[in-house]
Design a protein around this ligand. Structure first.
Ligand code: DAH
Length: 339
């Protein structure tokens, strides 16, 4: 029996030494020391030993058990240490490598201008509304008093999808949608993209941005329009800015005016940027035509209103002294980084 115990011990310690991971060790522990293990089988035979042999063999069996347990515990430590070592090696970071370069983006100048514009009008009590870019002709033209045959409807200038659906050429369509949905008093602005079949050059692009404005209430006059737009220009460009109202024609306003800003480049003397005029056109505006109010179910005997449409690119060009519209759309980092 002594021999048997020795053999069990040697075999066990050899197997423990060969264990490749802790899972194997766990299985070994069950196999060697468990109820069905060889050691247990021997201990069960101890009943047949003489009283002299029993304590000796008992002692030996305990020693064997202890040495197997120690062997397993030691091996477990070794395996764990090896695993940690491996993990550390595989996760090692070379802190001397150069870092990845993340370039920080910034707000596009058109968005910056739009945000400012919104803040200015919100401060005057306007709310901001949205409207579709793919729009019906009745909202873009008909209800805005712009009949068939008007040059603004010319397919040469407009992207038609069908005879009655188009990419809106102006944000003025949102005026109609707003008046149909909302009863006066109304004070809204509506910024967004508009589309025209223009060839690209330094002042034209087939896609550009406008911001529409509409106020309808009792007793609105041209002086409200003038005061509002003058205030807007001052908030945007400072109190010294000079604004000019120039008579114009729009089918949906009467009277109508275009609003010019004194040229930032030459201070009004005349230069290539303002084409020698000394002034740069900023927006179109006017008193809402009574027929437009009637088209939207608003009684022009009770209510009146003013409206305006601002060209966002224009504003940004003047604001940042950018002399080519194309720069806003080219995504050239060298340009965008400057803002
Ligand atoms: N829709 C005009 C344009 O695209 C701008 C405009 C003029 C808007 C007068 C208006 C307005 O609301 O009243 O040039």
């Amino acid at each position: 029996m002594k021999e048997q115990l020795k053999t069990i011990q040697e075999k066990a310690l050899a197997e423990i030494k060969n264990a490749s991971d802790t899972k194997v060790l766990d299985d070994l522990k069950v196999k060697l020391l468990g109820k069905k293990g060889e050691l247990t089988a021997i201990l069960k035979q101890m009943g047949g030993l003489s009283p002299e042999e029993r304590p000796q063999i008992g002692q030996l069996a305990n020693d064997v058990r202890q040495s197997i347990e120690n062997g397993i515990a030691n091996m477990r430590e070794q395996l764990k240490a090896a695993q940690t070592e491996l993990k550390l090696k595989s996760e090692r970071v070379d802190v001397t490598l150069p870092g990845k370069h993340f370039s920080q983006g910034r707000r596009h100048p058109l968005n910056t201008v739009l945000d400012e514009l919104k803040e200015i009008f919100k401060g005057m009590g306007y709310s901001v509304v949205d409207g579709p870019e793919v729009e019906e002709t009745k909202y873009v033209f008909d209800m805005l008093n712009t009949d068939e045959g008007h040059p603004a409807r010319d397919p040469q200038d407009t992207f038609y999808i069908t005879d009655s659906i188009l990419l809106r050429t102006q944000t003025s369509s949102v005026q109609i949608r707003t008046m149909l949905e909302q009863a006066p008093p109304i004070a809204i602005i509506s910024p967004g993209r508009v589309y025209r079949r223009d060839a690209v050059d330094s002042t034209h692009s087939p896609i550009f941005h406008q911001c529409e404005g509409l106020v309808v209430d009792k007793g609105i006059t041209f002086s409200d329009l003038k005061g509002t737009l003058e205030m807007f220009a001052k908030r945007l460009y400072g109190n010294d800015v000079k604004v000019r109202f120039r008579p114009h024609h729009f089918p949906y306003t009467e009277p109508s005016a275009e609003v010019d800003l004194q040229c930032f480049k030459c201070g009004g003397k005349g230069c290539p940027l303002c084409k020698g005029e000394g002034w740069i056109e900023m927006l179109g505006s006017g008193i809402v035509h009574p027929q437009v109010l009637i088209n939207c179910g608003i009684d022009p005997e009770v209510y009146s209103g003013f409206a305006f449409g601002i060209g966002l690119e224009r504003i940004a060009m003047m604001r940042y002294e950018v002399d080519d519209l194309r720069l806003f759309y080219e995504n050239d980092q060298r340009f965008l980084k400057q803002f």
